[in-house]
Design a protein around this ligand. Structure first.
Ligand code: NCD
Ligand code: ZN
Length: 333
């Protein structure tokens, strides 16, 4: 096959930032995708009804004439009660929970993810049918942070059986088994965790543009994630975690975590499915699973790619992308 059309591709975990950066990066998502779940870890984080509405407005302005639906989220606070959540229910797709300090702009997150601290808010979300999106890492040793968080996923899944819980950007093969153990656990997977390992990040030269949270892991983890998505697993959605930072900030002595992957996402995902002879499961991963899990009904947008070399630029909107300077075998038509 030398052409493929994806029906209404969705990016279910996306950072587009604010201000100038938003204006510079939005097109790399709004052209190829029909919609995306916008993360709330701006500075300050999105944490009120007014902030959701005004942030959405700035995003819509940056989108301009493209057809792209920004699906909004709010930054989890244990102070959110039933009334507050009810008043924003129609404006958001998820509440995003960050343990404090585990990633970029998460300082205002939850100090300990236990039922004493988050139970009341989660119970209200369960009643209202608002899904919970989680950055599932502890403050422990870098490589073990996701694995150390697994008991918390299990506790929440058991305590709130009607609450849909999305394990974001899963990176560790030990996380995968939870998907089939708890009906209410779902996952997003990024392109970089499907293609990049720790050796790529620091096995040769140090590659700051491959530094992100959760950290990329071993080839066994990468392969297990590939098998999961290539199998067409129904509880797994594409969520890029494209997270742009200015080049100077990534290349400094105190480099920020986050990989800017928006300009290469569909090309990279199609290449992975094509190389593995699994194009029949591409549509589920890029759109259908998310629509079913989140009960979405987005306006149709057909996006075609063709098998033609695409050389990734060194920079897009002042940000160095994933696969900068490399050649991919599929291009957007
Ligand atoms: C993200 C960012 O920069 O906002 N960084 C990252 O390394 N993934 C935050 C996040 O999703 O963890
Ligand atoms: Zn993220």
């Amino acid at each position: 096959m030398d052409k493929i059309t994806i029906n209404t591709p969705l990016d279910m975990h996306l950072h587009v930032r604010d201000g100038e950066m938003l204006k510079n990066v939005m097109e790399y998502s709004s052209k190829p995708f029909a919609g995306g779940l916008i993360m709330p870890n701006t500075l300050p984080p999105i944490s009120s009804r007014e902030e959701i509405l005004s942030y959405r407005k700035r995003i819509v302005e940056a989108i301009g004439d493209e057809q792209f639906e920004p699906l909004m989220s709010i930054f989890f606070k244990s102070s959110y009660d039933y009334e507050l959540l009810e008043s924003i229910k129609d404006l958001i797709l998820v509440v995003k929970l960050y343990p404090s300090g585990v990633t970029t702009n998460s300082e205002g997150g939850v100090l300990s993810v236990d039922l004493d601290e988050v139970g009341e808010t989660l119970s209200a979300m369960e009643k209202l049918g608002i899904p919970l999106s989680i950055h599932g890492e502890t403050n422990g040793s870098t490589f073990e942070r996701e694995a150390e968080f697994l008991p918390t996923y299990e506790l929440l899944a058991k305590s709130f059986p009607k609450l849909k819980i999305i394990m974001e950007h899963i990176s560790d093969r030990r996380t995968i088994e939870l998907l089939d153990k708890y009906e209410n656990l779902y996952a997003t997977v990024t392109l970089h965790h499907l293609t990049v390992t720790l050796d790529d990040l620091l096995g040769g030269a140090l590659k700051p543009h491959l530094f992100c949270k959760p950290i990329v892991k071993t080839s066994e983890d990468r392969d297990a994630l590939q098998n999961l998505v290539l199998s067409g697993h129904k509880k797994v959605m594409f969520g890029s975690d494209s997270a742009p930072h200015p080049q100077e900030q990534k290349e400094s002595g105190n480099g920020s975590a986050g990989i800017f992957s928006a300009p290469v996402l569909l090309q990279g995902v199609v290449e992975l499915f094509d190389k593995n002879g699994k194009l029949e499961n591409l549509q589920a991963f890029l759109s259908d699973n998310a629509r079913r899990i989140y009960e979405l009904n987005p306006k149709e947008k057909l996006v075609t790619l063709e098998k033609r070399n695409f050389t990734v630029a060194d920079s897009y909107g002042g940000v160095v992308p994933l696969f900068a300077g490399e050649k991919l075998s599929w291009s957007l038509s």
